[in-house]
Design a protein around this ligand. Structure first.
Ligand code: KG4
Ligand code: ZN
Length: 343
């Protein structure tokens, strides 16, 4: 089976063609970094416009790269949320139009499900259930992935997402946008013991996350003028890493049936975070699985793959799917006080 996937929920316009045998036949990702850089963050209106301009030519180009015609694909998959609603609408409507024109089923994919299942695209041996740490610019969650469509949220952030904290700290340090990779680069030259910073919620019994207090502490350190940028970056990265590892350890304790520890989302690109999680997995006798960097950040191959996972269980066609700014993976999960939009 071959699926064409579309992703447009944030600032990446992405299209991919993926086969059920786990081959990515073609994929393209157009980042909008240049458009958003002058504003120091993603501007939703600009993002939606950029998706409109890029998506159709990109679909044509990816099909050409794969040597396929639209008629050759078995289904069209598009992200239907959660995300910036303008961009989600552009991608979903494009997907619906393509599906209608070609007479193929449409699969409306939850972006978080894309991240959650992406490790199985590259690792055929990764079996359910596994513990997923999903850490991106919009999300910071620990999810028990029991099967396709069976997700239990064990933890979420009560304020900022980890990637959001990286982006804001980069801004404070004048390191530019996007923040995560810039902070990681600066941190390499810094001393992570130089600036004492808090580790919010570390040691607490429930595995939730919080980064607001850490962010404020970084701001004070920056304003004091007493620390080198590289040292602040390194100390901040070490604090986030400690929080992520500690919280994940609590969740692993609550999920003894887990067969693996999996990390996904943009922050999974961070070397220090990966290294700490690898140590943690080893200590629990579990394999550590992280998708290759290109599949960690937003991409369309994960959207096509999530659709293929669902199609493998039976026919799916959702031509009337709505674009959803919010769409929790675990509908049973209670909202956490102060969790804002990160539900
Ligand atoms: O998953 P993603 O591409 O988009 C969503 O938010 O859904 O994640 C982007 C986030 C941004 O906040 C970015 O700063 C962060 O991931 N990020 C990193 C690194 N690369 C990307 N954070 C820390 N270290 C990195 N190397
Ligand atoms: Zn994402």
């Amino acid at each position: 089976m071959i699926v064409l996937g579309i992703e447009s929920s944030c600032d990446e316009t992405a299209v991919a063609v993926v086969c059920s045998d786990r081959t990515i036949l073609a994929q393209r990702i157009a980042s909008q970094e240049a458009e958003h850089r002058p504003f120091g963050g993603v501007v939703p209106e600009l993002a939606a416009r950029a998706h409109v301009e890029r998506l159709t030519p990109m679909v044509e180009a990816v099909l050409a790269d794969a040597g396929l015609a639209l008629e050759d694909v078995d289904a069209i998959a598009a992200t239907a949320g959660p995300g910036l609603i303008g961009g989600v609408m552009v991608g979903l409507m494009t997907g619906k139009a393509l599906a209608f024109a070609a007479g193929k089923p449409l699969v409306a994919v939850n972006h978080l499900e894309g991240h959650a299942l992406s490790p199985r695209l590259v690792d055929a041996g990764l079996a359910f259930p596994y513990l997923l740490l999903l850490v991106s610019g919009g999300h910071c969650q620990l999810i028990a992935v029991d099967g396709v469509g069976a997700y239990r949220r064990l933890a979420t952030t009560i304020d900022d997402a980890a990637g959001e904290a990286f982006d804001k700290v980069a801004k404070m340090l004048g390191l530019g946008f996007p923040g995560g990779p810039a902070v990681e680069r600066a941190a390499r030259a810094g001393n992570h013991h130089a600036v004492p910073l808090p580790r919010p919620l570390v040691g607490s019994g429930e595995p939730h996350f919080s980064f607001a207090g850490l962010k404020t502490a970084v701001l004070r350190a920056v304003q004091s003028g007493r620390h080198a940028t590289d040292d602040v970056a390194a100390s901040f990265q070490a604090a986030v890493t400690d929080c992520l590892a500690d919280r994940t350890a609590i969740a692993l304790g609550a999920m003894p049936e887990a067969t693996a520890l999996v990390v996904a989302g943009g922050v999974a690109a961070n070397g220090a975070v990966r290294a700490a999680l690898e140590v943690l997995a080893k200590a629990h006798g579990l394999p550590f699985v992280a998708p290759p960097l290109a599949l960690c950040t937003d991409n369309a191959a994960m959207i096509a793959w999530a659709a293929l996972e669902r199609l493998a269980l039976g026919p799916v066609d959702e031509p009337d799917a709505e674009a959803r700014p919010r769409w929790p993976l675990d509908r049973q999960a209670e909202s956490v006080r102060g969790a804002g939009v990160k539900a």
